[in-house]
Design a protein around this ligand. Structure first.
Ligand code: PXP
Length: 240
């Protein structure tokens, strides 16, 4: 069965809007786990716009909870990540002006840096993943970089579905990458922009082992509550 990673960054966004302590991402992490989340994803951004260092430290110290920490390849952030020891890391591109992670990593440009970072985390027994665009070439480079996993950026697919445009070519591109990556022995994850409908579509791809979903889960929780939304996603994933 596919695993569900729940990204709780936007619990911190909401808390930060008031500059106080509520809602607490630590409580959200525990509740999400209780409701069936297989792991918790947090993104420690260079500008600390949502998750702060103290959140990341506290969340990574919760027992029996698998934490996937998303980070850029900035050496200062890499060094913090090595100290707080998440279970998994996912390297993502970061641009200060973006509202969210707009695309996959530029693997060609950052090959050497990324290879060193992957090797560092592997030595520390931390599972590594690279957030990439659905491109065969990026899958090949990911394999050369010796990452454990890749996470395919589903943002373009999600935007096409939401705007009722033809998404079949993008879906085919994702499927092709998944089949190829699977043959190379990479573990495949996917995420970005997923809601109930797009999760139903992407869940049909059997090679995908993990989905990481954030914005929709937290937003929909305003209406349905976090436990119900997580249960709904687990149900969608289970059916495939
Ligand atoms: N996966 C990765 C690597 C991401 O950077 C993000 C966004 O932080 C997500 C998944 C989740 O995207 P969304 O919040 O749109 O569900």
């Amino acid at each position: 069965m596919k695993r569900l990673g729940v990204n709780i960054d936007h619990i911190a966004t909401l808390r930060n809007a008031r500059g106080e302590f509520h809602p607490d991402p630590v409580i959200a992490a525990r509740l999400a786990k209780k409701m069936g989340a297989d792991s918790i994803t947090i993104h420690l951004r260079e500008d600390r716009r949502h998750i702060k260092d103290f959140d990341a430290k506290k969340i990574c110290s919760i027992k029996n909870l698998l934490i996937n920490l998303e980070i850029s390849i900035n050496p200062k952030i890499v060094s913090i990540a090595l100290k707080i020891k998440p279970n998994f890391i996912c390297l993502v591109p970061e641009n200060r002006n973006e509202v969210t992670t707009e695309g996959g990593l530029n693997l060609k440009k950052n090959k050497n840096k990324i290879k060193k970072i992957i090797s560092l985390f592997k030595k520390n027994n931390i599972r590594t993943s690279l957030f990439i665009n659905p491109s065969i070439n990026d899958v090949k480079i990911s394999k050369d970089l010796d990452t454990d996993c890749i996470e395919i950026h589903t943002g373009r697919l999600a935007n096409l579905v939401k705007s009722k445009k033809n998404y079949l070519n993008e879906l085919k591109r994702i499927i092709k990458c998944c089949i190829f990556a699977n043959k190379l022995g990479l573990e495949i994850h996917a995420g970005h922009g997923l809601d109930y409908k797009t999760t139903r579509i992407i869940s049909k791809i059997k090679e995908i082992k993990e989905l990481n979903i954030g914005h929709f889960i937290i937003g929909e929780s305003v209406f349905q509550g976090l436990p119900k939304v997580i249960r709904n996603f687990k149900e969608i994933i289970k059916k495939k």
